[in-house]
Design a binder for this molecule. Structure first.
Ligand code: GRF
Length: 226
């Protein structure tokens, strides 16, 4: 995959399937966003996404987190990121909680996507919990990472209406499709210098983003603000 050499160098961290990583990599390769994936890093060598990234010719690395102390894992991860020269890091289904010591120096350069309309349903099993609560609306959130889990400043939310009788698998698939639109879109806005973080405040085009950008399942292509 190719992307402009002047594009923002991006690392993507995964633990599993990597469908968000692939959506981001595709947006970069097609020149839809001004970023380029300089490294895909998995914390397990059996992550299916790492094979998919290799197949696309992306630079990959496994930093295995199993059987070693967290501090050692994070030191190896930090070294890998430094070597990659990534200026932005996107967590995309990365199933490890990073310590404050790792996160704090990177605040503003570390993103996550979470499969719920935060602050609802931090943590795991978000689709099941939304269905159990009878929510009529559900979705995904892209946010800056801060030391508190799933609590960093929100940039964008993709929303959908929960259909009657929807199964967890169906809901998960719909949320994934939304994620594949909003995550590349947000990275594109950051790469273009339109979105950034100052303190705890997200700025869009220099003004405070009072509510996160909203993208609906039924809306147009990527929902980026004009
Ligand atoms: C996504 O639902 C994302 O919101 C969550 O983990 C899942 C990763 O899916 N953080 P994939 O590996 O990108 O397919």
């Amino acid at each position: 995959m190719t992307a402009s050499k002047t594009a923002l160098p991006l690392a993507v961290l995964i633990s599993g399937r990597g469908s968000n990583m692939l959506a981001i990599a595709q947006a970069c390769a097609q020149g839809r966003i001004g970023a380029r994936v300089v490294r895909v890093i998995a914390d397990r060598d059996d992550a299916p996404g790492i094979q998919a990234a290799r197949a696309l010719g992306l630079a990959t690395q496994v930093v295995s987190g199993s059987g070693i102390p967290k501090a050692q894992f994070e030191a190896q991860l930090a070294q890998t990121l430094d070597e990659s020269a990534a200026e932005l890091v996107a967590l995309a289904g990365f199933m490890r909680i990073l310590s404050p010591g790792f996160v704090e120096p990177r605040v503003g350069r570390l993103l996550n996507i979470h499969p719920s309309l935060l602050p609802r349903y931090r943590g795991l099993d978000t689709h099941r919990r939304a269905l159990a609560a009878g929510d009529s609306e559900h979705g995904a959130s892209v946010h800056y990472v801060t030391p508190e889990l799933d609590a960093g400043p929100l940039i964008c939310q993709g929303r959908l209406s929960v259909a009657a009788g929807q199964t967890e698998a169906e809901l998960s698939a719909r949320v994934h499709r939304l994620e594949h639109r909003i995550y590349p879109m947000v990275i594109g806005l950051i790469a273009a210098g339109r979105v950034r973080l100052t303190g705890a405040q997200v700025l869009l085009d220099g003004s405070a983003l009072v509510t996160p950008l909203q993208v609906s399942e039924t809306g147009d292509a990527d929902g980026a603000p004009t």
